[in-house]
Design a protein. Structure first.
Length: 242
């Protein structure tokens, strides 16, 4: 069973109405693609609530509401005092409801459309930190190398995949596209360069090949000479690819 656009739109209207009639909810906003008119067939629902009291009770009541509407599971992501509760509906629709203390409610990016209430001025959320991405890339690379050497094929695949995620984000930063959660990858000028980093089997030669290509791509993002030499040593004789 897959949700329809009309089902998604009706559920969103129901949630807006529920927010409007809940006296503890003093503000609400659409976030994500719907906030900027970029929804498509597969878009989820992103909804933010500003709560001025009884935050835990509001979360519990809205969670019960979502399960009554067809949720089958949920997971929580916290950012400071904000709780993002992500629901999986029986129809496979994803519904993200953010519960904000009213003192912190506001836009952190362009995908925010206020429906009612007041907002606070918040600093915009930024791109990932370049140095941290490089650090995570070489850390995954170290473990990829040791996993290959130890004959631990599936662990090596996991580490190579994690390393690729960081290098892809570095490319996004360099080209000025969204580097968060892969959102800008399809906007890269030469994203196809990563095709060679895909691991096709757990054979040691295949793992080494993909790791070798990926190390070359990482080297193309590093300017610091000593770090470049250390990363190059992970896969000797690797060339720089950009």
């Amino acid at each position: 069973m897959v949700f329809t656009v009309s089902e998604r739109d009706q559920l969103r209207r129901d949630l807006v109405n529920a927010a409007d009639t809940d006296p503890r909810v003093v503000g609400a906003a659409l976030t994500g693609s719907a906030a900027v008119g970029r929804e498509d067939r597969w878009s989820d629902i992103d909804f933010a609530l500003s709560i001025d009291r009884e935050l835990n009770a509001v979360v519990a009541d809205w969670t019960a509401l979502m399960y009554a509407c067809g949720a089958v599971s949920h997971l929580d992501v916290r950012r400071g005092a904000v709780l993002f509760r992500v629901f999986l509906m029986r129809s496979t629709l994803q519904v993200d409801i953010a519960f904000w203390p009213s003192s912190e409610f506001g836009a952190t990016g362009p995908t925010f459309r206020l429906l009612f209430g007041e907002t606070n001025h918040l600093p915009p959320s930024g791109q990932p930190d370049r140095a941290e991405l490089i650090g995570l890339a070489w850390l995954h690379g170290l473990h990829a190398r040791s996993s290959i050497a130890r004959g631990r094929g599936w662990q090596a695949v996991y580490m190579i995949n994690g390393m690729r995620d960081q290098v892809m984000s570095l490319w996004c930063l360099r080209e000025g596209v969204n580097a968060v959660q892969g959102r800008g990858l399809d906007d890269l000028r030469d994203g196809g360069a990563f095709a060679g980093t895909l691991v096709l089997s757990t054979h040691p030669d295949e793992l080494a090949r993909a790791f070798h290509v990926l190390t070359g791509l990482l080297l193309g993002e590093i300017d610091e000479p000593e770090l470049r030499e250390a990363v190059r040593a992970l896969s000797p004789a690797v060339g720089v690819q950009r």
